[in-house]
Design a protein around this ligand. Structure first.
Ligand code: NAD
Ligand code: LMR
Length: 327
C-alpha cells in the first residue's frame, strides 16, 4: 500500500459530502491500492452531526481509510493536504441565483485560501464546488499567492455531465458514444454548453440534432438544470454534484482519453479572447496531474458571443469581491 493521500473536505457534514465520502473510501478516487487520510472541516455548530458521519465511516471497515481528522480549523484540515474538496458554503434555495450567495460565501474562501497558502502541499489540487464556484475559486487562489493558480479549479463537471446525458438521450445513443462536449464560462445561467465540436460515434452532434434544438432546448435546459433540480427536489443537487466532484478530481490526477476532453473552470490565460484573471470553464485535456486548455478550436460568431457574455458576468462578480484580494 502506498503512503496515504491526504484528502481534505470542507462542509463535511453537508449533503454533497455525505454522497462523496463513502465513494472515496471505496477507492473511487485513486484506486483500490491508495489509502486515504481524511481531514473533515466544518463550522463548530456542525461538528456534533459530523461525528455521526465519522461513526458511519468507521462502520464501513474500509481497508483504504487510514485515519479521519475532524476539525473547525482550516489550518488543521489543510496541513499537508494533497487533494482538497471545498464544498462548505451555503446552497441557494428556490428563486435565488447562485451569485446571490456571493457576499455570504466569499469570506469563507478568502480565509480558506490563506490557510491553504500556509499549510497545504505545494502540489495540492483544490477543487471548488461551493457556489458561486468560479468566483469563490478566484478568491481562494488570490489569497494563496505562494501556490500556483493552476492548483485551483472550480467545478463545471456537473454541467458537462448534464450536457452529455441530455445529448445522448436526444440522439438515442450511449453516453460513451459522445465526445468533445464543452462547457464555457461560469457555473451559472450564463454558461455556454457547446455542441459545435461534439461528436456522436464520430459524427457531428450538431448535424444530428439540428440548430433549433441546440439553441432552443439544449442550451437553456443545461443552463437551468440546477434550478430545475431545486424546484423538483426541494434541495440543490447533491449526489450528482458529488459524482461530478469525484469525476473532475479523478480526471485532474489522471488523464483524459485520447481525442476527448473534460470541462474544468481554471484561471483564464487569455485563451480564446477570454479576459485574463477570471476563473472560466474551458474544455481541457489532462495528463500527469496537469491540465491543458484545448487549443485552436474554431469558434463561430454565435459561440463567441455566448462565451464573452459569460466572461462579462464573471468580470462583474470579480468586481464585487475585489476587496477580498490581498494587494
Ligand atoms: P449543505 O448546506 O448540505 O452543506 C454545506 C455545509 O458547509 C454545511 O454543513 C455547513 O455547515 C458547511 N459550512 C459552511 N461554512 C463553512 C465553513 N466556513 N467551513 C466549513 N464548512 C462550512 O450544502 P451542499 O448541498 O452540500 O452544497 C454545498 C455547496 O455546493 C453549496 O454552495 C452549493 O450551492 C454548491 N454546489 C455546487 C455545485 C457545482 O456544480 N459547482 C453543485 C451542487 C452544489
Ligand atoms: C447545481 O448546478 O445543481 C448547483 O450549482 C446547485 C444550484 O444552486 O444550482
Amino acid at each position: 500500500m502506498q503512503q496515504p493521500l491526504n484528502v481534505a473536505i470542507t462542509g463535511a457534514a453537508g449533503q454533497i459530502s455525505y454522497a462523496l465520502l463513502f465513494r472515496l473510501i471505496a477507492g473511487e478516487l485513486a484506486g483500490n491500492q491508495q489509502s486515504l487520510s481524511l481531514r473533515l472541516l466544518e463550522v463548530p455548530e456542525a461538528l456534533p452531526m459530523l461525528e455521526g458521519v465519522v461513526m458511519e465511516l468507521a462502520d464501513c471497515a474500509a481497508p483504504l481509510l487510514r485515519d479521519v481528522v475532524v476539525t473547525a480549523d482550516p489550518e488543521v484540515a489543510f496541513r499537508d493536504a494533497d487533494l482538497v474538496f471545498l464544498l462548505g458554503a451555503r446552497p441557494r434555495g428556490p428563486g435565488m441565483e447562485r451569485r446571490d450567495l456571493l457576499q455570504g460565501n466569499a469570506e469563507i474562501f478568502s480565509r480558506q485560501g490563506r490557510a491553504l497558502n500556509e499549510v497545504a502541499r505545494r502540489s495540492v489540487k483544490v477543487l471548488v464546488v461551493g457556489n458561486p464556484a468560479n468566483t469563490n475559486a478566484l478568491i481562494a487562489l488570490r489569497n494563496a499567492p505562494e501556490l500556483s493558480p493552476r492548483n485551483f479549479s472550480a467545478m463545471t463537471r456537473l454541467d458537462h455531465n448534464r450536457a452529455l446525458s441530455l445529448l445522448a438521450a436526444q440522439c438515442g445513443c450511449e453516453v460513451g458514444e459522445v465526445k468533445r462536449i464543452a462547457i464555457w464560462g461560469n457555473h451559472s445561467t450564463s454558461q455556454f454548453p457547446d455542441l459545435s465540436h461534439a461528436t456522436v460515434s464520430g459524427r457531428s452532434a450538431l448535424a444530428l440534432v439540428g440548430d433549433d434544438w441546440f439553441r432552443g432546448s439544449f442550451i437553456p435546459t443545461v443552463q437551468q438544470r440546477g434550478a430545475s433540480v431545486i424546484q423538483v427536489r426541494g434541495k440543490s443537487s447533491a449526489a450528482s454534484a458529488a459524482n461530478a466532484a469525484l469525476g473532475q478530481m479523478r480526471s485532474w490526477i489522471g488523464a483524459t482519453p485520447g481525442g476527448d476532453w473534460v470541462s474544468m473552470a481554471v484561471l483564464s490565460d487569455g485563451s480564446y479572447g477570454i479576459a485574463e484573471g477570471i476563473v472560466y470553464s474551458f474544455p481541457v485535456t489532462t495528463a500527469g496531474g496537469d491540465f491543458q486548455i484545448a487549443r485552436d478550436l474554431p469558434i463561430g460568431d454565435f459561440a463567441r458571443e455566448r462565451m464573452q457574455a459569460s466572461a462579462a458576468e464573471l468580470l462583474e462578480e470579480r468586481a464585487m469581491v475585489e476587496h477580498l484580494f490581498p494587494v
